[in-house]
Design a binder for this molecule. Sequence first.
Ligand SMILES: Cc1cc2nc3c(=O)[nH]c(=O)nc-3n(C[C@H](O)[C@H](O)[C@H](O)COP(=O)(O)O)c2cc1C
Length: 314
Amino acid sequence: MSIYLAPMEGLADHYLRKLITQCGGYDLAVSEFVRVVDQLLPKRVFLEQVPELHQQGRTGAGTPVRVQLLGSHPQALAENALRAIELGSHGLDLNFGCPSKTVNASKGGAVLLTEPESIYAVVRSVRDALPGDQTLSAKMRLGFEDNSLMWECAHAIRDGGANEIIVHARTKQQGYTPPAYWHLPADFEARLGIPMIINGEIWTPADAGRAQHEANCSSIMLGRGAVRNPWLASEITGRHNQKSDWSQVHQLVVQFWQEVTQQMSPRYCAGRLKQWLNHLRLSFVEAERLFQRIRRLNTIDEINQVLPGFGDAN
Ligand SMILES: Cc1cc2nc3c(=O)[nH]c(=O)nc-3n(C[C@H](O)[C@H](O)[C@H](O)COP(=O)(O)O)c2cc1C
Protein backbone atom coordinates (compact mmCIF):
# COMPACT_ATOMS: atom_id res chain seq x y z
CA MET A 1 0.00 0.00 0.00
CA SER A 2 1.26 3.48 -0.86
CA ILE A 3 -0.03 6.83 0.35
CA TYR A 4 0.41 9.86 -1.89
CA LEU A 5 -0.07 13.49 -0.92
CA ALA A 6 -2.34 15.12 -3.51
CA PRO A 7 -1.42 18.10 -5.65
CA MET A 8 -3.28 21.19 -4.41
CA GLU A 9 -2.45 24.32 -6.33
CA GLY A 10 -2.46 27.43 -4.13
CA LEU A 11 -2.86 25.35 -0.97
CA ALA A 12 -0.30 22.56 -0.57
CA ASP A 13 2.79 24.45 -1.67
CA HIS A 14 6.28 23.34 -0.70
CA TYR A 15 5.90 24.73 2.84
CA LEU A 16 2.89 22.57 3.57
CA ARG A 17 4.27 19.57 1.68
CA LYS A 18 7.27 19.64 3.98
CA LEU A 19 5.23 19.90 7.19
CA ILE A 20 2.65 17.32 6.18
CA THR A 21 5.21 14.76 5.00
CA GLN A 22 7.21 15.42 8.18
CA CYS A 23 4.26 13.95 10.10
CA GLY A 24 4.95 10.63 8.39
CA GLY A 25 3.18 8.01 6.32
CA TYR A 26 3.67 9.46 2.82
CA ASP A 27 5.45 7.60 0.05
CA LEU A 28 5.23 10.44 -2.46
CA ALA A 29 3.97 14.00 -2.83
CA VAL A 30 2.67 15.20 -6.20
CA SER A 31 3.34 18.88 -6.92
CA GLU A 32 0.68 21.38 -7.94
CA PHE A 33 0.39 21.56 -11.72
CA VAL A 34 2.95 23.29 -13.87
CA ARG A 35 1.07 24.72 -16.85
CA VAL A 36 2.49 23.92 -20.28
CA VAL A 37 1.20 25.68 -23.39
CA ASP A 38 3.32 24.94 -26.45
CA GLN A 39 6.90 25.56 -25.37
CA LEU A 40 9.70 24.27 -23.24
CA LEU A 41 9.59 26.20 -19.97
CA PRO A 42 12.76 27.71 -18.50
CA LYS A 43 14.29 25.68 -15.67
CA ARG A 44 13.59 28.49 -13.23
CA VAL A 45 9.82 27.99 -13.63
CA PHE A 46 10.15 24.44 -12.31
CA LEU A 47 12.55 25.46 -9.56
CA GLU A 48 10.31 28.31 -8.39
CA GLN A 49 7.15 26.26 -8.38
CA VAL A 50 8.67 23.06 -7.05
CA PRO A 51 11.66 24.21 -4.94
CA GLU A 52 12.17 20.64 -3.74
CA LEU A 53 13.98 20.18 -7.07
CA HIS A 54 16.87 22.07 -5.43
CA GLN A 55 17.16 19.20 -2.93
CA GLN A 56 17.11 16.03 -5.05
CA GLY A 57 13.36 16.31 -5.56
CA ARG A 58 12.52 15.62 -1.92
CA THR A 59 10.56 17.52 0.69
CA GLY A 60 12.45 18.77 3.74
CA ALA A 61 11.28 15.54 5.38
CA GLY A 62 12.85 13.41 2.62
CA THR A 63 9.66 12.36 0.82
CA PRO A 64 10.05 12.13 -2.98
CA VAL A 65 8.18 14.74 -5.00
CA ARG A 66 6.70 14.14 -8.45
CA VAL A 67 6.09 17.10 -10.73
CA GLN A 68 2.64 17.34 -12.30
CA LEU A 69 2.22 18.87 -15.76
CA LEU A 70 -1.00 20.25 -17.20
CA GLY A 71 -1.59 20.88 -20.88
CA SER A 72 -2.65 19.26 -24.13
CA HIS A 73 0.29 19.78 -26.49
CA PRO A 74 1.93 16.34 -26.77
CA GLN A 75 5.35 17.54 -27.90
CA ALA A 76 5.62 20.43 -25.45
CA LEU A 77 4.50 18.18 -22.59
CA ALA A 78 7.10 15.59 -23.56
CA GLU A 79 9.91 18.15 -23.59
CA ASN A 80 8.84 19.61 -20.26
CA ALA A 81 8.41 16.17 -18.73
CA LEU A 82 11.98 15.33 -19.62
CA ARG A 83 13.15 18.63 -18.18
CA ALA A 84 11.32 17.92 -14.90
CA ILE A 85 12.98 14.51 -14.68
CA GLU A 86 16.40 15.97 -15.43
CA LEU A 87 15.84 18.49 -12.63
CA GLY A 88 15.15 15.66 -10.17
CA SER A 89 11.42 14.92 -10.26
CA HIS A 90 10.58 11.41 -9.07
CA GLY A 91 8.56 10.31 -12.06
CA LEU A 92 6.06 12.54 -13.78
CA ASP A 93 2.32 13.05 -13.34
CA LEU A 94 -0.15 14.34 -15.94
CA ASN A 95 -3.26 16.30 -14.98
CA PHE A 96 -6.55 15.20 -16.57
CA GLY A 97 -8.79 16.49 -13.81
CA CYS A 98 -8.49 20.24 -13.32
CA PRO A 99 -12.02 21.74 -13.35
CA SER A 100 -10.99 25.39 -13.84
CA LYS A 101 -12.96 27.09 -16.62
CA THR A 102 -9.92 29.02 -17.82
CA VAL A 103 -7.77 25.90 -17.92
CA ASN A 104 -10.49 23.88 -19.65
CA ALA A 105 -11.08 26.66 -22.20
CA SER A 106 -7.48 26.30 -23.33
CA LYS A 107 -7.89 22.51 -23.60
CA GLY A 108 -6.19 21.56 -20.36
CA GLY A 109 -7.27 19.46 -17.38
CA ALA A 110 -10.65 17.74 -17.13
CA VAL A 111 -11.90 18.80 -20.57
CA LEU A 112 -9.54 16.23 -22.09
CA LEU A 113 -11.75 13.55 -20.54
CA THR A 114 -14.12 14.23 -23.45
CA GLU A 115 -11.35 13.28 -25.91
CA PRO A 116 -9.72 9.97 -24.99
CA GLU A 117 -7.69 10.12 -28.21
CA SER A 118 -6.07 13.38 -27.03
CA ILE A 119 -5.29 11.75 -23.69
CA TYR A 120 -3.67 8.88 -25.54
CA ALA A 121 -1.58 11.24 -27.69
CA VAL A 122 -0.33 13.15 -24.65
CA VAL A 123 0.49 10.08 -22.57
CA ARG A 124 2.21 8.32 -25.48
CA SER A 125 4.33 11.34 -26.33
CA VAL A 126 5.42 11.85 -22.72
CA ARG A 127 6.10 8.14 -22.20
CA ASP A 128 8.28 8.02 -25.31
CA ALA A 129 10.32 10.97 -24.05
CA LEU A 130 10.96 9.64 -20.54
CA PRO A 131 13.61 7.15 -19.50
CA GLY A 132 12.04 3.71 -19.11
CA ASP A 133 12.75 3.52 -15.38
CA GLN A 134 10.77 6.68 -14.60
CA THR A 135 7.19 6.25 -13.44
CA LEU A 136 4.59 8.05 -15.50
CA SER A 137 1.27 8.54 -13.70
CA ALA A 138 -1.90 10.23 -14.89
CA LYS A 139 -4.51 11.73 -12.59
CA MET A 140 -8.04 11.64 -13.95
CA ARG A 141 -11.55 12.34 -12.77
CA LEU A 142 -14.35 9.92 -13.69
CA GLY A 143 -15.39 12.14 -16.57
CA PHE A 144 -16.34 15.67 -17.56
CA GLU A 145 -20.15 16.01 -17.56
CA ASP A 146 -20.74 12.32 -16.76
CA ASN A 147 -18.72 9.12 -16.55
CA SER A 148 -19.71 7.66 -19.93
CA LEU A 149 -16.12 7.87 -21.26
CA MET A 150 -14.47 6.69 -18.03
CA TRP A 151 -13.22 3.41 -19.48
CA GLU A 152 -12.06 4.94 -22.76
CA CYS A 153 -10.01 7.49 -20.81
CA ALA A 154 -8.57 4.86 -18.49
CA HIS A 155 -7.58 2.68 -21.47
CA ALA A 156 -6.05 5.68 -23.23
CA ILE A 157 -3.91 6.31 -20.15
CA ARG A 158 -2.81 2.68 -19.92
CA ASP A 159 -2.32 2.20 -23.68
CA GLY A 160 -0.35 5.44 -23.86
CA GLY A 161 2.14 3.83 -21.50
CA ALA A 162 1.37 5.20 -18.02
CA ASN A 163 2.57 3.00 -15.16
CA GLU A 164 0.03 4.26 -12.62
CA ILE A 165 -3.45 5.72 -12.75
CA ILE A 166 -4.65 8.10 -10.04
CA VAL A 167 -8.43 8.47 -9.87
CA HIS A 168 -10.25 11.35 -8.21
CA ALA A 169 -13.54 9.50 -8.03
CA ARG A 170 -15.87 12.26 -9.22
CA THR A 171 -16.65 13.92 -12.52
CA LYS A 172 -15.69 17.50 -13.26
CA GLN A 173 -19.40 18.32 -13.02
CA GLN A 174 -19.49 16.94 -9.48
CA GLY A 175 -16.68 19.31 -8.48
CA TYR A 176 -15.80 18.74 -4.85
CA THR A 177 -19.29 17.84 -3.63
CA PRO A 178 -19.42 14.65 -1.55
CA PRO A 179 -19.59 11.74 -1.98
CA ALA A 180 -16.69 10.36 -4.02
CA TYR A 181 -17.73 7.33 -6.06
CA TRP A 182 -14.90 4.98 -5.07
CA HIS A 183 -16.74 1.92 -6.37
CA LEU A 184 -16.99 3.12 -9.99
CA PRO A 185 -13.35 2.44 -10.95
CA ALA A 186 -13.33 -0.82 -8.94
CA ASP A 187 -12.23 -2.92 -11.92
CA PHE A 188 -9.47 -0.59 -13.12
CA GLU A 189 -6.52 -2.41 -11.56
CA ALA A 190 -7.67 -5.83 -12.67
CA ARG A 191 -8.59 -4.83 -16.21
CA LEU A 192 -5.85 -2.30 -16.91
CA GLY A 193 -3.06 -4.23 -15.22
CA ILE A 194 -1.46 -1.12 -13.67
CA PRO A 195 -1.71 0.11 -10.07
CA MET A 196 -4.54 2.50 -9.24
CA ILE A 197 -4.37 5.13 -6.53
CA ILE A 198 -7.84 6.12 -5.34
CA ASN A 199 -8.55 9.69 -4.26
CA GLY A 200 -11.38 11.86 -2.97
CA GLU A 201 -13.17 12.36 0.37
CA ILE A 202 -10.72 10.40 2.52
CA TRP A 203 -10.85 12.20 5.88
CA THR A 204 -10.26 9.39 8.40
CA PRO A 205 -8.57 5.97 8.62
CA ALA A 206 -12.04 4.42 8.34
CA ASP A 207 -12.65 6.32 5.06
CA ALA A 208 -9.29 5.06 3.79
CA GLY A 209 -10.31 1.47 4.51
CA ARG A 210 -13.66 1.92 2.77
CA ALA A 211 -12.08 3.60 -0.25
CA GLN A 212 -9.53 0.78 -0.62
CA HIS A 213 -12.25 -1.82 -0.27
CA GLU A 214 -14.75 -0.22 -2.66
CA ALA A 215 -12.15 0.75 -5.27
CA ASN A 216 -10.47 -2.63 -5.02
CA CYS A 217 -6.99 -1.16 -4.71
CA SER A 218 -4.53 -0.71 -1.90
CA SER A 219 -3.05 2.72 -2.65
CA ILE A 220 -4.63 6.04 -1.78
CA MET A 221 -4.03 9.74 -2.31
CA LEU A 222 -4.93 12.24 0.43
CA GLY A 223 -5.86 15.83 -0.36
CA ARG A 224 -7.77 18.16 1.93
CA GLY A 225 -7.86 15.48 4.64
CA ALA A 226 -4.08 15.82 4.96
CA VAL A 227 -4.28 19.61 5.17
CA ARG A 228 -6.89 19.37 7.95
CA ASN A 229 -5.03 16.61 9.81
CA PRO A 230 -1.33 16.37 8.93
CA TRP A 231 -1.08 13.05 10.84
CA LEU A 232 -3.80 11.39 8.76
CA ALA A 233 -1.38 9.20 6.76
CA SER A 234 0.39 8.13 9.98
CA GLU A 235 -2.94 7.30 11.56
CA ILE A 236 -3.87 5.22 8.50
CA THR A 237 -0.62 3.25 8.60
CA GLY A 238 -0.98 2.79 12.36
CA ARG A 239 2.28 4.61 13.14
CA HIS A 240 0.47 7.34 15.01
CA ASN A 241 -2.19 5.72 17.09
CA GLN A 242 -3.69 8.46 19.16
CA LYS A 243 -5.58 11.41 17.73
CA SER A 244 -3.20 14.30 17.29
CA ASP A 245 -3.60 16.92 19.99
CA TRP A 246 -3.57 20.67 19.64
CA SER A 247 -0.11 21.21 21.15
CA GLN A 248 1.40 19.11 18.33
CA VAL A 249 -0.61 20.97 15.72
CA HIS A 250 0.35 24.29 17.28
CA GLN A 251 4.05 23.41 17.03
CA LEU A 252 3.56 22.65 13.38
CA VAL A 253 1.71 25.92 12.80
CA VAL A 254 4.52 27.84 14.52
CA GLN A 255 7.09 26.07 12.32
CA PHE A 256 5.02 26.91 9.25
CA TRP A 257 4.81 30.55 10.29
CA GLN A 258 8.57 30.76 10.88
CA GLU A 259 9.37 29.29 7.48
CA VAL A 260 6.79 31.35 5.64
CA THR A 261 7.90 34.62 7.26
CA GLN A 262 11.55 33.86 6.51
CA GLN A 263 10.98 33.14 2.85
CA MET A 264 7.80 34.79 1.59
CA SER A 265 7.04 38.40 0.83
CA PRO A 266 5.64 39.88 4.11
CA ARG A 267 2.38 40.93 2.49
CA TYR A 268 1.41 37.32 1.72
CA CYS A 269 2.37 35.71 5.04
CA ALA A 270 -0.79 36.42 7.06
CA GLY A 271 -2.96 35.21 4.20
CA ARG A 272 -1.09 31.91 3.95
CA LEU A 273 -1.45 31.29 7.69
CA LYS A 274 -5.16 32.10 7.66
CA GLN A 275 -5.68 29.84 4.67
CA TRP A 276 -4.21 26.84 6.49
CA LEU A 277 -6.02 27.66 9.75
CA ASN A 278 -9.22 27.89 7.78
CA HIS A 279 -8.77 24.17 7.05
CA LEU A 280 -7.36 23.18 10.45
CA ARG A 281 -10.30 24.77 12.26
CA LEU A 282 -12.55 22.13 10.75
CA SER A 283 -10.60 19.51 12.73
CA PHE A 284 -9.38 21.38 15.83
CA VAL A 285 -11.51 23.68 17.95
CA GLU A 286 -8.36 25.54 19.11
CA ALA A 287 -7.50 26.29 15.50
CA GLU A 288 -10.92 27.92 15.20
CA ARG A 289 -10.13 30.13 18.21
CA LEU A 290 -6.75 31.05 16.79
CA PHE A 291 -8.30 31.76 13.41
CA GLN A 292 -10.88 34.09 14.98
CA ARG A 293 -8.14 35.82 16.98
CA ILE A 294 -5.95 36.58 13.97
CA ARG A 295 -8.48 36.99 11.21
CA ARG A 296 -8.22 40.79 11.24
CA LEU A 297 -4.45 40.89 11.79
CA ASN A 298 -2.29 41.49 8.76
CA THR A 299 1.26 42.16 9.83
CA ILE A 300 3.93 39.70 10.88
CA ASP A 301 4.52 41.59 14.15
CA GLU A 302 0.86 41.47 15.13
CA ILE A 303 0.69 37.73 14.53
CA ASN A 304 4.02 37.13 16.28
CA GLN A 305 2.50 38.58 19.43
CA VAL A 306 -0.47 36.23 19.39
CA LEU A 307 0.66 32.92 17.92
CA PRO A 308 3.10 31.60 20.57
CA GLY A 309 0.54 31.95 23.38
CA PHE A 310 -2.00 29.74 21.67
CA GLY A 311 -0.18 26.49 22.37
CA ASP A 312 -2.04 25.26 25.44
CA ALA A 313 -5.61 25.02 24.29
CA ASN A 314 -6.53 28.61 25.25
C1 LIG B 1 -7.10 23.99 -3.52
C2 LIG B 1 -6.99 22.77 -4.40
C3 LIG B 1 -6.08 22.76 -5.44
C4 LIG B 1 -5.96 21.62 -6.26
N1 LIG B 1 -4.98 21.60 -7.23
C5 LIG B 1 -4.80 20.47 -7.97
C6 LIG B 1 -3.73 20.37 -8.90
O1 LIG B 1 -2.90 21.28 -9.06
N2 LIG B 1 -3.63 19.23 -9.63
C7 LIG B 1 -4.51 18.18 -9.46
O2 LIG B 1 -4.38 17.15 -10.14
N3 LIG B 1 -5.50 18.24 -8.56
C8 LIG B 1 -5.66 19.34 -7.80
N4 LIG B 1 -6.64 19.37 -6.85
C9 LIG B 1 -7.47 18.17 -6.61
C10 LIG B 1 -6.85 17.31 -5.50
O3 LIG B 1 -5.59 16.82 -5.89
C11 LIG B 1 -7.77 16.12 -5.15
O4 LIG B 1 -7.95 15.35 -6.30
C12 LIG B 1 -9.13 16.58 -4.64
O5 LIG B 1 -9.00 17.60 -3.67
C13 LIG B 1 -9.91 15.41 -4.04
O6 LIG B 1 -9.23 14.85 -2.96
P1 LIG B 1 -9.64 15.20 -1.43
O7 LIG B 1 -11.12 14.97 -1.32
O8 LIG B 1 -8.81 14.23 -0.61
O9 LIG B 1 -9.29 16.63 -1.19
C14 LIG B 1 -6.79 20.49 -6.04
C15 LIG B 1 -7.71 20.52 -4.99
C16 LIG B 1 -7.82 21.63 -4.17
C17 LIG B 1 -8.80 21.60 -3.03
